[in-house]
Design a protein around this ligand. Structure first.
Ligand code: SF4
Length: 160
């Protein structure tokens, strides 16, 4: 059975930077009941506590962090880059372990965002781009969707 990688916060786990979770999402619950879901919070897996300061990627996107052109920083300038990279590597390890081809990652996150992230000014402005984990998984052939695209993800699963 095809497994699906899912951001832990979308399963209601209280791992978000603000100590909250998200959801519930009926489609994710259905996939959990089928035994398809492999869950990870890359930031917590990378060693960050919950709650934790919000972080953004000033002047770049996830791929720029991988290629050393940008860092993941808090508003106070604390550098979370290594934790973000480590968590993303753990997500990729799960993908490879379970031969995963579809991921549902939380929209807009500097780790998990697949289409948009924040612009690095901590003012709530979103820009096109992807987080550190989403960037890595996409470049390893994973189809990355967000919780806003669950019908498309279900269609992609059917088409595998
Ligand atoms: S968006 Fe990703 S990194 Fe952030 S809390 Fe959810 S699973 Fe963790």
């Amino acid at each position: 059975m095809e497994k699906i990688l899912v951001s832990r916060c979308l399963l209601g786990h209280k791992v978000r930077y603000d100590g909250a979770g998200s959801g519930p999402f009926d489609q994710l619950a259905a996939w959990q009941a089928e035994g398809r879901v492999v869950a990870i919070c890359p930031e917590v897996a990378g060693g960050l506590p919950t709650p934790r300061p919000a972080a953004e990627i000033p002047g770049g996107q996830g791929l720029d962090v991988w290629e050393g052109r940008a860092r993941v920083l808090t508003a106070d300038g604390e550098d979370f880059s290594e934790a973000f990279l480590d968590g993303a590597r753990q997500a990729l390890a799960l993908v490879q372990q379970h031969n995963i081809r579809i991921a549902i990652l939380k929209a807009n996150s500097p780790s998990c965002g697949n289409l948009l992230t924040y612009d690095g000014t901590f003012s709530g402005v979103k820009v096109s781009g992807e987080g550190v984990t989403a960037a890595l998984l996409k470049r390893h052939g994973v189809h990355v969707f967000s919780e806003l695209e669950l019908p498309q993800a279900a269609q992609a699963l059917n088409n595998l």
